[in-house]
Structures are given as structure tokens and as C-alpha cells.
Design a protein around this ligand. Structure first.
Ligand SMILES: Cc1ncc(COP(=O)(O)O)c(C=O)c1O
Length: 350
């Protein structure tokens, strides 16, 4: 298995940045910088060997983006916080499950930007609070927990929080669930461009990129970015929250929303979403995901979480073992590390 330490270091230097290839409409969007790109891309030599050497697996380390245990959602937040500041709002309001990485990173980004942050988490309240909720509070966010896990209850509480902020004379900025939507996905599009630039600089040409997909913003943005960067690589989303029948149309709409920003039409037929690793439900671990997490930890010393990334890694492992995935395959480590410490027993109802 080839490893290219000097080339890898060069491809990961900020000099390999993508400023020149960012579409003009995205470059013109307000952006609040939260990190210096690129996130590292490197080979997983011992992991690939443990899978029998049928594929050369690389990893894109979005988990190493620098704030609050890292994660891909910092990409969306650069543009969402940029918009919030440009619109002269003074508070970010967003929502998600209690283990939401997006909520934790919104708290971190808001702290860095000097904006108040209100997080509305699905209930019922958990005592003591789990690690993400504790981090949310530590980062200074005001946490509101809905009485039940029903989406409608959480949405009603979001309305209530926004309403009371407005009545108190504040100007809240509503960040969509998962930071998804065209503005957030624009950040993910830069991640796709970045991978294309790194691959070019390393002289590798990935057959496939495998990533976890929940609200679909990452998948839509990265897909557009890869194509803009001239990489025809297959992008395989692994559904971790809702089944493909629900998520594919959402990703289709995100692709349409990105079109005016990039000038690029991506054929919806390119949306590749695998629903076979979801397990019983969002947030419920699977045995294949646990095995995947242990294999990566024990061969490379890298940790993945049971809610998002381990399920995607399990899909990658299944693909390599069956001989379906060959050549260079990139695992998109989207972050989520605090999820390792969440109590997920009975997660479906929370
Ligand atoms: C670690 C991690 N991976 C993947 C995802 C899925 O990203 P998206 O919601 O853009 O599909 C999330 C979303 O919160 C996440 O936190």
C-alpha cells in the first residue's frame, strides 16, 4: 500500500487552498471565518490492510476542524454566522436532538462571533444532561428542552423562543436544523472543492467518497463541490437519520438551491443514498457500526461516533469486504466525537 508522507503534508498545507476556484456568488456571501482550511486528507494504511488490501482507504478529517471537538457543521456555520452578522442580528436560534453536533458547534461559533445562542433540543429532558448538552451550556448557549421528542413540539418551542426574543427587543437569526439549506450547504460545497484540490495535488483519483447523511446538506454541498473541482468521483451518502425515500427529495431540493450560487446543475440521478446501515433508528447503535469503530480505533488510533460516522464507516467496510469498493476510497470523517459518550439506551424515544 502506497503512502506518500511528503505529498500528503504538501496537500494539507494551507497553500493548497481553493480561493481561486470558489464560485463568485459564494465568494460574495458574508462569511465569518472559523478555521483555516484545509482539513487533513491522509491514507489509512493499517486499516486498509486489515480489510484485506482490496481498497486504499483515505480519510478526510473534518473532525479536526478546530472548535469544540470539531466537525463538519463548522463549514455551514461560517456562512450562517456571516449572514447573521451581515443582517445585524444579535442571537442565533437553532434546534436539534440532544446529541446534535450542529447545536454544539452553533454554540461554539456564536461564542466566537459574540452572538447569543439559543438551542432548542428535543425532549424529554435528560438528567443528568448528556455530554453534548453539557458542552452546549459550557459554551454559553441558553438551552431549551421540549417536553417530548415530537418534532412538532420542538418546532413550537422554537417559535416561542424566537417570539420572546423579539418581544424583548432582540433580533434573532433562525439557523435551520442541521445548518442545512443553500447558505449552509455552500460551506460544504467548499469542502468538496477542497477534496478535489487535495486529490489533484496528491495525484490520487478516488473511486468513491463515503459520508454520513442526516439532513442532506453535507451530501448536496460536497457533491456539487466535487463536480466544480473537476472530480467525477462517486459520492455515496449513508443514511443515518431518515430513509432514502424521505431524504433523496430533500437533497434534490438542496442541489436546486445551490445552483444559483454555483451555476452548476447536478443531475439528481447522481444522488446515491444507502439506507441499509440506519439500523433500528436514528441514534440507535448497530453492531456493524461498533465493529467499524473498534477496527478504526485499533488500527489507526482514530475515533468515530456511534450516531453518524461509525454507521458510514460500517458501510465502507461492507463495501470493501464484498469487493464492491475498490481502488482509492475516501471516508468522510464528519466529526461527532462527543457522541461516543452519549447514553443512547432507548435513544429512539428521545
Ligand atoms: C458528525 C456528523 N456527521 C454527519 C452529519 C450529517 O450531516 P447532514 O445533516 O448535513 O446530512 C452530521 C449532522 O449533524 C454530523 O453531526
Amino acid at each position: 500500500m502506497d503512502e506518500h508522507p511528503d505529498d500528503v503534508a504538501a496537500a494539507n498545507r494551507p497553500a493548497a487552498n481553493i480561493a481561486a476556484s470558489i464560485p463568485a456568488a459564494i465568494a460574495a456571501l458574508p462569511r465569518f471565518r472559523l478555521f483555516d482550511e484545509p482539513s487533513p486528507l491522509h491514507p489509512l494504511t493499517r486499516f486498509s490492510a486489515a480489510l484485506g488490501g482490496g481498497a486504499d482507504v483515505w480519510i478526510k478529517r473534518e473532525d479536526l476542524l478546530p472548535l469544540a471537538f470539531g466537525g463538519n457543521k463548522l463549514r455551514n456555520l461560517e456562512f450562517l454566522v456571516g449572514a447573521a452578522l451581515a443582517e445585524e442580528t444579535d442571537a442565533l436560534v437553532t434546534s436539534g436532538r440532544r446529541w446534535s453536533n450542529h447545536c454544539r458547534l452553533t454554540a461554539a461559533a456564536g461564542a466566537k462571533a459574540g452572538l447569543a445562542v439559543h438551542l432548542v433540543l428535543s425532549g424529554p429532558p435528560v438528567t443528568p444532561p448528556g455530554p453534548n448538552e453539557r458542552l452546549d451550556r459550557m459554551l454559553g448557549a441558553i438551552v431549551h428542552v421540549s417536553a417530548t421528542d415530537a418534532r412538532a413540539d420542538r418546532e413550537a418551542l422554537v417559535e416561542e423562543v424566537v417570539g420572546s426574543l423579539r418581544s424583548a427587543g432582540h433580533r434573532p437569526y433562525l439557523v435551520p436544523v442541521g445548518g442545512s439549506g443553500a447558505v449552509g450547504a455552500a460551506g460544504q460545497e467548499l469542502a468538496g472543492l477542497e477534496l478535489a484540490a487535495q486529490a489533484r495535488s496528491l495525484g490520487i483519483s478516488p473511486e468513491a467518497v463515503i459520508l454520513p447523511s442526516a439532513t442532506g446538506g453535507t451530501q448536496a454541498g460536497v457533491l456539487v463541490g466535487l463536480r466544480l473541482g473537476g472530480l467525477a468521483t462517486r459520492l455515496e451518502g449513508i443514511a443515518v437519520a431518515s430513509p432514502p425515500a424521505e431524504l433523496v427529495p430533500v437533497i434534490g431540493r438542496l442541489l436546486e438551491g445551490l445552483e444559483p450560487l454555483t451555476g452548476l446543475r447536478v443531475d439528481p440521478a447522481e444522488i446515491d443514498l444507502d439506507g441499509s446501515h440506519l439500523g433500528r433508528a436514528y441514534g440507535i447503535p448497530t453492531s456493524a457500526a461498533s465493529e467499524a469503530a473498534e477496527l478504526l480505533a485499533r488500527t489507526e488510533g482514530i475515533l468515530v461516533d456511534p450516531i453518524y460516522t461509525a454507521k458510514a464507516l460500517a458501510a465502507l467496510i461492507a463495501g470493501v469486504r464484498s469487493g464492491r469498493l475498490t481502488g482509492t476510497v475516501v471516508f468522510w470523517h464528519a466529526g461527532g466525537t462527543p457522541g461516543l459518550f452519549e447514553n443512547l439506551a432507548g435513544a429512539a424515544g428521545t
